[in-house]
Design a protein around this ligand. Structure first.
Ligand code: ADP
Ligand code: MG
Length: 202
């Protein structure tokens, strides 16, 4: 699942870069590509025999992103996977309940690290509704929970178009930021859609 996430983010580089060009400095796609390329290398180095725990897989992605991307978004996206992963210690399967635990811890970690609130036009605008959707669907099937989560993230990303930015370079644009989605919210949507597509195909 995480290898598909890496593949999709790496392939989405032009879209992520364009989104960041509209509101920021245009480096988001390349940063994410670098982070997920490093993460993929770490994942590929693990033995493929089920001996690596779920929390370790997610945390490894987060740590690889932190150390390879640099900057604010490396810390923030790294925190998403690392804190989400840490919350899964002791879990042996990844079902709808684990998805909810993962996304709640990821969202809490990102919000405490970056200080962004929903409505500030950041990746939190996709992650926060995704975590709520996961909790609402945590008692059912992972395929259904994943579908609800990806839909919620995409709706949050769309809603970010109408927001004025509070963080980063887009802040100086003021109302000029209206109409463009946040680049990080687009990344969160790509990540969760990859997870959805992976579980749907199994
Ligand atoms: P940089 O802003 O250093 O150029 P990127 O372009 O890679 O980094 O990432 C920008 C994205 O990072 C934004 O679109 C936003 O979603 C996210 N981001 C930036 N600051 C914060 C923050 N404080 N909290 C949450 N997300 C943030
Ligand atoms: Mg940028």
């Amino acid at each position: 699942m995480l290898l598909l996430v890496a593949e999709r983010i790496i392939a989405a580089e032009p879209h992520l870069s364009e989104a960041d060009r509209n509101l920021g400095d245009g480096d988001h796609g390349l940063g994410m590509q670098r982070g997920l390329t490093a993460a993929r290398e770490k994942l590929m180095a693990f033995p493929d025999d089920g001996s690596v725990t779920i929390d370790k897989l997610f945390s490894t992605v987060g740590m690889a992103m932190m150390s390879s991307m640099g900057g604010a978004s490396g810390a923030i996206f790294g925190t998403l996977f690392r804190d989400g992963g840490k919350a899964l210690v002791g879990r042996e399967t990844f079902g709808a309940a684990e998805l909810a635990i993962f996304l709640r811890a990821a969202c809490d970690g990102v919000m405490s690290r970056g200080k962004a609130q929903p409505g500030d036009k950041t990746m939190v605008d996709a992650l926060h509704p995704a975590a709520a959707a996961a909790e609402a669907a945590s008692g059912g099937l992972l395929t259904e929970a994943m579908a609800a989560v990806a839909t919620a993230a995409d709706a949050g990303k769309e809603a970010s178009k109408a927001m004025v930015a509070v963080f980063g370079r887009a802040r100086s644009l003021g109302e000029g930021a209206i109409g463009f989605p946040d680049a990080g919210a687009l990344s969160v949507t790509v990540i969760l859609e990859a997870m959805r597509d992976f579980v749907a195909a199994r």
